[in-house]
Design a protein around this ligand. Structure first.
Ligand code: 2AM
Length: 479
């Protein structure tokens, strides 16, 4: 006999609880389950009035409460807990049932789980969910992978609970088979790292070079947020910068330990990019910047290192400099997104996911951490040319960078001469210059490789693979 709940959620920590409430608020009957039963009852006691919940205490009762085909969302910590929960539920399920993993799983784990469960006739949907606690409750951006068939059954529900973009479109789409959803979520987080690092560098320059206070910088970010940089991250940056610590009366940013943390997804984005051969320097620098910040030992041992002390600008110069920083931030941001989308394109190619890149940008317009007005532009670029090889190949973006690049270079050069670390500004600019360079020193690298390891090289003027007899008379042989 099948139950009446259209969806079930197991794992009722804050994300799971909020997602369950979101389904219930949207009119769905939601079966609830958690390893520790108390959490299940707490949810019903506190929020039972928000909709129809069926609290269950055992895996068997949970499964029995679901209508067929069953849709069962797992919201536990990614990794072993996910496997443990799947092992618990899979034997209780039947052909056509759908398990949805809403955690931040590694896409290779998702591919494995999907394969294993498919053999049993169960659909496994690895789903990226972005938007944090609030998004889970009010409407996240949702990135489901898995079979077409599972999306037919699940999609309409996800569309209902997802964030809506300004034009009312739901921020969810079927990303592609098996691990595609978690791959895209991973890259989303990688881009988020880069975005945050770039904003951090802009802040540091406004503070150390322009000499603005955190409150003044908050105002600058508020102004930027009314223009092309309009985004959630810029908005919350202004909020954080204007916050004053209650116990000391100092700016909040001045009392927080400057050692950032990183979870798995940023690191994975870079690791996978290396495997795929995709240059994501902005994301890599963002991960490394957090890593450097966390090395208190190294930083302590480096206090004797000398460098220029930043000279503060006068008021007029400072205002002009702030405008230049906005240009630099925008140009760098375009490059960071270019790199992130390149990684998604490469993943899609490698794993045969057929991901619609414009659609990915469009479902990030609402709910998620990197939501931004700017994403509309990315969607239009891919709609105009679905096989766009790089966002920088889009005429509109190329023109914007052309207009910003004078200031981008000035700001980056200023950072270098004044000793303000701006690894992501510098890396994105170097990427841009590498792409447009007529000749790269890679020719020399090939020569060196051929010299010490007979690695061979190709020529610009004719086909074939060549090696120079470096140790002999240096004649060239075709190999
Ligand atoms: P708990 O309340 O019993 O700790 C986040 O940690 C969520 O994942 C919690 O709901 C937690 O349940 C659940 N969880 C963590 N590890 C689990 C496991 N191995 N099996 C089942 N649930 C687990």
């Amino acid at each position: 006999m099948s139950g009446t709940a259209q969806i079930g959620v197991t794992g009722l920590a804050v994300m799971g609880r909020n997602l369950a409430r979101n389904f219930a608020r949207n009119g769905y009957t939601v079966a609830l389950h958690n390893r520790t039963v108390a959490r299940t009852h707490e949810l019903v006691e506190e929020f039972g009035g928000e909709g129809h919940f069926i609290a269950t205490e055992s895996a068997r009762d949970f499964v029995a409460a679901l209508e067929r085909p069953r849709r069962l969302v797992i919201m536990v910590k990614a990794g072993e807990a996910t496997d443990a929960v799947i092992a618990e539920f899979a034997p209780l399920l039947e052909t056509g049932d759908v398990i949805i993993d809403g955690g931040n799983a590694h896409f290779e784990d998702t591919r494995r789980r999907e394969r294993e469960l498919r053999e049993q006739g169960i659909h496994f949907v690895g789903t990226g969910i972005s938007g944090g606690e609030e998004g889970a409750l009010e409407g996240p951006s949702i990135m489901p992978g898995g079979s077409e068939e599972s999306y037919d059954s699940l999609g309409p529900m996800l569309e209902k609970i997802s964030a809506k973009a300004e034009d009312g479109a739901p921020c969810v789409t079927h990303i592609g088979p098996d691990g595609a959803g978690h791959f895209v979520k991973m890259t989303h987080n990688g881009i988020e790292y880069a975005d945050m690092q770039l904003i951090g560098e802009a802040y540091q320059l406004l503070r150390d070079v322009a000499g603005y206070s955190p409150a003044q910088i908050a105002d600058i970010f508020r102004t930027w947020n009314t223009g092309r940089l309009d985004s959630y991250l810029i908005e919350i940056t202004a909020e954080v910068l204007s916050h004053v610590d209650a116990s000391t009366g100092k700016p909040f940013v001045d009392v927080v330990l400057d050692q950032a943390e990183q979870k798995g997804t940023g690191r994975w984005t870079v690791q996978i990019a290396l495997d795929l051969g995709v240059p994501v320097s902005a994301i890599a620098e963002a991960v490394f910047a957090r890593s450097v910040s966390g090395h208190a030992d190294l930083r302590d041992a480096s206090r004797h290192l000398t460098g220029p002390t930043a000279r503060r600008l006068g008021a007029d110069e400072a205002a002009a400099f702030a405008d230049q920083v906005e240009q630099a931030l925008y140009a760098s941001k375009i490059v960071a997104y270019t790199q992130g989308f390149h990684e998604i394109a490469a993943g899609s190619e490698r794993y045969d996911w057929n991901i619609d890149l414009g659609k990915v940008a469009s479902i990030w317009r609402g709910g998620c951490i990197i939501r931004a007005a700017f994403l509309d532009r990315i969607t239009s670029a891919y709609e105009a040319r679905p096989r766009l090889p790089s966002l920088l190949a889009d005429k509109g973006f190329a023109e914007e960078i052309a207009a910003a690049q004078g200031d981008w270079r000035t700001v980056t050069a200023t950072a270098v001469t004044r000793g303000v670390p701006t690894p992501a500004f510098a890396a994105t600019l170097a990427y841009y210059d590498s792409l447009r360079a007529d000749r790269l020193p890679a020719a020399l690298t090939q020569g060196q490789r051929d010299y010490f390891g007979a690695h061979t090289y190709h020529r610009t003027d004719r086909e074939g693979t060549f090696h120079t007899l470096w140790g002999g008379d240096r004649t060239e042989v075709e190999s």
